[in-house]
Every structure is written in structure tokens, then in C-alpha cells.
Design a protein around this ligand. Sequence first.
Ligand SMILES: [Zn+2]
Length: 293
Amino acid sequence: MNKINCNIVKDILPLYIDNVISDDTKELVEEHLLNCDECKKELSLLKSNLKRTEVVITEKDDIAFLKKIGLDIRKKRVLTGILSAVISAIVVILSFAYLTAPEYLPYTESFDVITAYENNGSVTLSFTGEYELNQRKQGVYEISLYNTILNKLFDTPQKHIITVNPNGEEVNTIYYVSNGGLEDKVIYGQNPVHNGGVLTLPRLFLNYYIVVATLFAFILTVFLLLFRKKTKIKITITTILFIPLSYIVSHIMITGLNATSYSATRDFYLILLLAIPFYFIFYILYKKKVIND
Ligand SMILES: [Zn+2]
């Protein structure tokens, strides 16, 4: 009878350890344990085994936990590295933009920097310094000279002799465009405007672009609020939202709040160039935040 009791008790012991038996059964088991060394041994064996598994489980969890922390730290370190590279890129682009920003030279009565002359059907311009030459329309050209801080620093103005019509195109008029509110000056040929002068106005298209970017950012923000509870969509919208935001920030960095520019095309390319590292900055800071969460 005692033997049977032992087998029953041994079957119950795991439940006894987990404390999932009724008080009556518990009492019976404890009573038996008082008088049976074999079952007592079995109990202590079971208990020590249980401890060992517990220890193993905790260690495994610790390793996984440490691995995850290690991975996060490494990820963060890589992100920080990229971040500093991107910030350096921004500094380089902004320095370049500042040092090479055109300061247009206004045409005055004593302006003898530029000469235009005809030579065997081709028209030649001779001048010193940086320039912009455009064809305004058929037979009408315009040129501007400008200085940059970089040129002033190194004082190396380049002498240019350029042919306006290399393929023998018709040249009726060449304007010197002073920009900054001064009238354009005819430096070659006839003034096609008989009563009064021509004024080149600053170009406005950057204004439209900034309005479009702001609108785009606004719409995305509305979507972000609508989907704020759906993590995946939220992350996607946020990464798209960084595109117009980067453009807006770059625009302000390049042209200031005034989008009216005589060198709008140059400004536009600089804004695009600068928007790329700014996008990376927004994206990396966001990624870091997501990792922290
Ligand atoms: Zn027993």
C-alpha cells in the first residue's frame, strides 16, 4: 500500500510544486512526505531541476535582450555617422552657394568692362569676369556680368572673348542686363523698342514651387492625422512628408524668405542639391526616434 502511495505522490509532486492542487490533496502529500524519504528526495530533485531550467531561460532572454540592445547601439552609431556626413555636405553646399552667389554688375556710363564688335558677320563680346549669356528671342541676346565673393577673395577675374553667333545666326540686338531694377542697355545693334527701355524683371517661378511644396506638405499632414493610429501608413506618409519639408527648408536656406530672384535657375538647382542632405537628416532623426520607441 505504501508503494502505491509513493507512485501516486510522485505523480502529483509536479502539481504540488506548481501549487495547483486542492488543500486536501496538499495535506495528504505533506503528510506522506514527513514519513517517506524517497518522495522527499524526488521532491528536492524536481525543485532543483526546475530552478536550472529557470536559470537557462533567463540567460537566453538576457542574451536576446543584449543582442537587441547591441544591434540598436550599432544601428544608432551608423545613423550618427551618416548624420555627421550629411551635415558636412550641407555646410559644403551652403558655403559654395554663398561664395558663388552672383552680385550683378550694374551698367553705368563709365562701364567699359564689356565691348561688342562685328567681325566678318560674327559678333564678338570681349570682357572680364563671370557672365551669363542668353538668347532672349530670334536675333536678340542678353548678357550679364557678375562678381562673386570667391572671385573677390582670390581676385582672379578671367578675360573672355566669346562669339555670340558661332553658326552665323542673325544678331540684331545685344542687351546688357544690369538686374536689380536698372534698365537694360543696348550694347550692340539697334534698340527694337523705340519709345523707352526694357527692364528685365526678377523671375518668380520659385514662388510657385514653394507654394506647391507647402500645399503638398499640408495635405500630407492632414493624411498623417487621419492615419495616426496605423503605424505602417504613418511611417510611409511621414517619409513622403519629408520631401516637401526638405524643399521648403532648403529654399529658405538658399534664397531666404524672398523667392524673387534674378538667378532663379541657379537657386533652384542649389535648392534641389541641398534638399537631398536635408531629407536624409529628417529621415535619420525619424529612424532614431522609431528605434527609441
Ligand atoms: Zn513515498
